[in-house]
Design a protein around this ligand. Structure first.
Ligand code: SAM
Length: 261
């Protein structure tokens, strides 16, 4: 296994601002605190040391400490500007002691074995094509009985639709869209037990109405005045296509929970 995988930054300031516009300050993924609570169903973080893979700008790390009682969160991300923002988020929340944010290289995790009680990740693993490697790494850094709680974007076994291809093109991010069943099987293969999966397609289809409302009418005009009309139009076009793809069942947020034996 090599730790020398290339990464080119994909989340520039304007893109980040557009995502926060739709999903709330500090969030680069949908659902806010309620969705984080759903991911953590049955996973108690109180007093635990937690690793957050793909922490983005750190809003969720503040939540993991303040709302879910984690003793310490280590957030890792591959994009230096996001890491800087996440550090700032932690400092602003007065949590510089409880939250450490580290820039990492895609590939192996730079931590000793059995370092964490829990590994969390929200909507970031989609960027990691080698799932077997990252799941093996997560198992290595978890303590025995340590918990994994992940949300990610999954695909379906159906053929790609023109709308899916158009949406992937407009988003322009590097995605590795497998199915949630493949991910659950892989977790079992690398030795996790107690694997639970929760498809969130139906929830997201409903949530998309609210997401689209943040991009329409007066909200569109306000976004255009802040980030430019072309950015607002692109956001609206992207979410309009995404709603079709979600309704087709080809883009499915989902949660996975598992235990390291
Ligand atoms: C959609 S954002 C989600 C950020 C955050 N979890 C949230 O929900 O607000 C995906 C994040 O994954 C990060 N990422 C991409 N590849 C990664 C990798 N190999 N390891 C860790 N993070 C990665 C991106 O830089 C980005 O911050």
């Amino acid at each position: 296994m090599s730790n020398e995988q290339a990464h080119h930054d994909e989340y520039d300031d304007t893109f980040v601002a557009g995502l926060e516009w739709m999903w709330g300050e500090g969030f680069l993924s949908p659902g806010g605190p309620a969705e984080v609570a759903e991911i953590l169903s049955g996973v108690d973080l109180r007093g635990k040391r937690v690793l957050d893979i793909g922490c983005g700008i750190g809003g969720i790390d503040v939540l993991l400490v303040n709302t879910f009682g984690a003793a310490h969160v280590t957030g890792v991300d591959v994009e230096a500007p996001l890491v800087a923002k996440a550090k700032h988020t932690a400092q602003r929340a007065g949590l510089a002691e409880q939250i450490t944010v580290e820039l990492v290289t895609p590939g192996l995790l730079p931590f000793a074995r059995a370092r964490f009680d829990a590994v969390f990740s929200k909507d970031s693993m989609i960027h990691i094509p080698d799932k077997a490697q990252i799941y093996t790494e997560i198992k290595r850094v978890l303590k025995p009985s340590g918990r994994l709680a992940v949300s990610d974007w999954f695909g379906s076994a159906q053929p790609d639709s023109p709308e899916l291809l158009a949406w992937l093109d407009i988003v322009g991010l590097t995605f590795a869209l497998g199915t949630i069943e493949e991910a659950a099987d892989l977790l079992a293969d690398v030795g996790f037990v107690g694997i639970e999966s929760n498809d969130r397609n139906a929830w997201y289809a409903t949530y998309m109405e609210r997401e689209l409302a943040t991009l329409q009418g007066d909200n569109f005009d306000r976004l255009a005045s802040q980030l430019g009309r072309d950015v607002a139009e692109r956001r609206l076009e992207s979410s309009t296509l995404k709603r079709q793809v979600v309704d087709q069942g080809l883009l499915r947020p989902g949660h996975l929970r598992a235990t390291r034996p």
